[in-house]
Structure formats: structure tokens, C-alpha cells
Design a binder for this molecule. Structure first.
Ligand SMILES: Nc1ncnc2c1ncn2[C@@H]1O[C@H](COP(=O)(O)OP(=O)(O)O)[C@@H](O)[C@H]1O
Ligand SMILES: [Mg+2]
Length: 381
């Protein structure tokens, strides 16, 4: 790979500055980023071979993460414990090394013979070593100099920062996936599992009354059927949502249209979706949270409102996205419902509020018995 990366031309001269970080960030993935980086240090030092080794946490073992000019066997097979060989020595002592001439230094336990010259510097994160950067065999007749070593030390700093950042980002992604799984478990518990419990209760009731009260039995049976259908519908949504992984590509408007058309068909409640000013790109986090809020709001309308109509209005301005969900149903007393929800561990209303707060926005519910319900969400852009 050359020195020209998406996001800017990278030269050995600007590699230690902002240019490197910007260009590096534009490259997808740590592996590719490090591959580019090894090419840069080779070109900056005129070396014919180079590698970047990372120290595996806990095991004190260095392995090659990225290399240039080295055979596959070396790349895949090289393992150095702290203190072992040249790279192990550098990682252990946290000191850069310039080696010139046939390398027969007893410090490196015989490793490095056959190398004309080499530079090796530690990759530092504060006081901790996270890896080692090495180049060897300078092209032509010249040998590496102290000046080359100094350049490599300078280049190692942004590289170490990028590695630390990328690894931290990966950890954060894993954490957020874990959070989503927990969330899903909670939703399955609150939704389909509750529904199925009611189905079982209704069936038991049916069994008890079927001998003596055919009319009541008939009624309980049809309620059980309704609940089972609800449960099936909800599971269908889960299955659909689990496939909705590519949120970057998701159009909020398309998804809302699809959802509301399907909602209307399924519930018989008419939905009027109006959109105003939604021409710009919406950040993924906003899209995802707004979509989930709309879903929960409509689920509440279906379950509790006894409404015949819902109006959804999306209004987007330069710096915020507002959504109103208004039903013409029976309304409720907000404070009572919130207290009840808290004690019964129902997190619909509270969850919507939390999502809005997390995004730096707000959620208001306007309602009273007999007056319908209007939910207003504002998310900053
Ligand atoms: N649109 C609505 N119309 C009427 N009542 C509602 C509406 N939304 C919520 N509620 C009331 O608020 C309560 C709490 O809602 P929520 O927190 O979503 O829990 P859940 O839907 O699991 O009961 C509901 O049980 C219901 O009494
Ligand atoms: Mg709810």
C-alpha cells in the first residue's frame, strides 16, 4: 500500500502530526491501519523489512501484528516473551535500540544474527509498553543512524495512541452489544413471556368453567386466542428487529412507514404519518432511538388506549428532531401509571424517557382520563 490514504496524503514528514491520525482514522479497522503504518515507517527509515508487534495482555508475549518484507512463516511463527530476543529486550527495558553491524550481542540470546542493522522502539501508553516497532536492513550501503532512531521514536507515539484508541473502541462496542442483549432479555421477559403466562392462565380458567358455563368458557378461550396472537406478533417483531442490524443504511422514514402501515393493517387503528423537513442525514443513534420510541408508543396505543386513530408528526429542523405521537384513546393519569409501572417493573414509558435523556433530549407525555394521549419527543441533532 502506498502512502496515499483516504482522507489525505500521508508522507513520512507529516506522519507524526494530525495528518497521520486523520488518515489513519479514515482507514477501516486496526489491521489495515497498522499495515499502512508499517509501510510508512519503512519508507521513513529506508528499511527493507519492518514489523509491529503487540504485547498480549496477561501473557507477556509479543506477536507480529503487521509486517512488511518478512516471510509468512516468520510473521506467523514469531513469538517473543518479555526479555527474549531484540524486541523482547526493548519491551522489557522500555528503551529504543539502534543496532549496527553484525549483531552478535549476548543480550539478545542469539536472535538477530544475519541482520545488517536494525532499529527497535517500544510502543508506549503512558508508562506501559503495548508493543514494539522494528525495522531492519537499511537499503543501499548506508546504515541506520541516531537520527533514524529519533524519527522512529516520534512515529511510534501517534501509532501507540491510535492502537490504544481503537482497542478501547472495540471494548466499548462489545460492552454496548452486551447491554443490548440484556435489554432484549428484559423486553422478552416483559412482552412475550407475560403474554404467554396470561394465555396459560386463561386456558386454566377455560378448563375450570367449561363444564358449567359454556358462555364464559367461550369468552375465556377467545381471550386466550387474542393473547396468543399478540404474543406471536411481538415475537415476529423481535425476529424482524434482530435482523435490523445495518442501522447505518436504514432510512428512518422508510422504517417508520413500513412499521405504521403494518401496524394499521394488524390493529385496525388508523395511522396518519406526517413528515416535515426530514431531508438531511440523521445520526444512527438518533434514528435507532427514535424508531424504538415510536414502536413502544404505538404498542402502548394498541394495548391500552382503545383508540381509533393515531397521528404521528415528525418535524426536523437544523438542530433538532421532534416527534409527536397523538392518539384519540381513553388517556390515563400519568403519575399513577408511572408509579404502577415502577412497582410492576414495566419499562415502556420509563424506557422511552430514558432513551430521550440519553440522547440529550426530552420526552413529555400529555394525557388525562378521557382525553387521549400525546407524546412529544425532542432529540438534538
Ligand atoms: N397511549 C396510552 N393510552 C392509555 N394508557 C396508556 C398509554 N400509554 C401508556 N398507558 C398506561 O401507562 C401504563 C404504563 O405503560 P408502560 O410503561 O408502557 O407499561 P406497559 O405497556 O407494559 O403496561 C400502561 O399500563 C397504561 O396503563
Ligand atoms: Mg408499554
Amino acid at each position: 500500500m502506498g502512502e496515499e490514504l483516504a482522507g489525505g496524503v500521508l508522507t513520512p514528514d507529516n506522519a507524526g502530526s494530525e495528518g497521520f491520525q486523520e488518515a489513519a482514522l479514515a482507514v477501516v479497522g486496526l489491521q489495515e491501519m497498522l499495515g499502512c503504518f508499517v509501510e510508512i515507517i519503512l519508507s521513513a527509515t529506508d528499511a527493507s523489512e519492518g514489523s509491529l508487534m503487540l504485547l498480549h495482555e496477561g501473557s507477556e508475549l509479543l506477536t507480529i501484528t503487521s509486517a512488511s518484507g518478512l516471510g509468512r512463516e516468520i510473521v506467523e511463527g514469531t513469538r517473543r516473551h518479555l526479555g527474549e530476543g531484540i524486541s523482547g529486550w526493548v519491551a522489557k527495558h522500555k528503551e529504543p535500540l539502534l543496532l549496527v553491524g553484525p549483531i552478535e550481542d549476548a543480550r539478545f540470546s542469539g536472535v538477530g544474527r544475519g541482520i545488517k542493522d536494525a532499529l527497535c522502539v517500544p510502543l508506549m501508553n503512558g508508562d506501559d509498553v503495548i508493543g514494539v516497532l522494528s525495522v531492519s536492513n537499511r537499503r543501499g550501503d548506508e546504515r541506520f543512524t541516531e537520527e533514524d532512531l529519533r524519527r522512529l521514536v516520534e512515529l511510534s507515539k501517534p501509532a501507540a495512541r491510535m492502537i490504544v484508541l481503537t482497542l478501547a473502541q472495540r471494548e466499548a462496542d462489545a460492552e454496548s452489544r452486551a447491554w443490548e442483549r440484556k435489554q432484549l432479555a428484559q423486553e422478552i421477559h416483559d412482552g412475550p413471556m407475560q403474554d404467554l403466562s396470561s394465555v396459560i392462565l386463561l386456558m386454566e380458567l377455560y378448563k375450570r368453567v367449561m363444564q358449567d358455563d359454556a358462555e364464559r368458557a367461550e369468552h375465556e378461550l377467545s381471550r386466550a386466542r387474542e393473547q396468543a396472537l399478540d404474543c406471536l406478533q411481538e415475537l415476529r417483531h423481535f425476529a424482524y428487529d434482530l435482523r435490523l442490524t445495518d442501522l447505518e443504511k436504514l432510512s428512518l422514514l422508510d422504517e417508520l412507514r413500513r412499521y405504521t402501515v403494518e401496524f394499521q393493517k394488524r390493529t385496525g387503528i388508523s395511522v396518519d404519518l406526517k413528515v416535515d423537513g426530514l431531508s438531511r442525514e440523521i445520526p444512527v443513534g438518533v434514528k435507532k432511538n427514535l424508531y424504538r420510541i415510536a414502536q413502544e408508543a404505538l404498542t402502548n396505543v394498541r394495548r391500552h388506549a382503545k383508540a381509533s386513530e393515531v397521528k404521528i408528526l415528525l418535524h426536523c429542523t437544523k438542530d433538532q428532531l421532534e416527534m409527536r405521537v397523538q392518539d384519540n384513546g381513553r388517556g390515563f393519569t400519568l403519575q399513577d401509571a408511572l408509579e404502577r409501572a415502577q412497582s410492576e417493573k414495566r419499562f415502556g414509558l420509563l424506557g422511552m424517557q430514558e432513551r430521550a435523556y440519553l440522547m440529550g433530549g426530552s420526552l413529555e407525555t400529555e394525557t388525562a382520563p378521557g382525553q387521549g394521549t400525546t407524546l412529544k419527543v425532542v432529540l438534538p441533532l
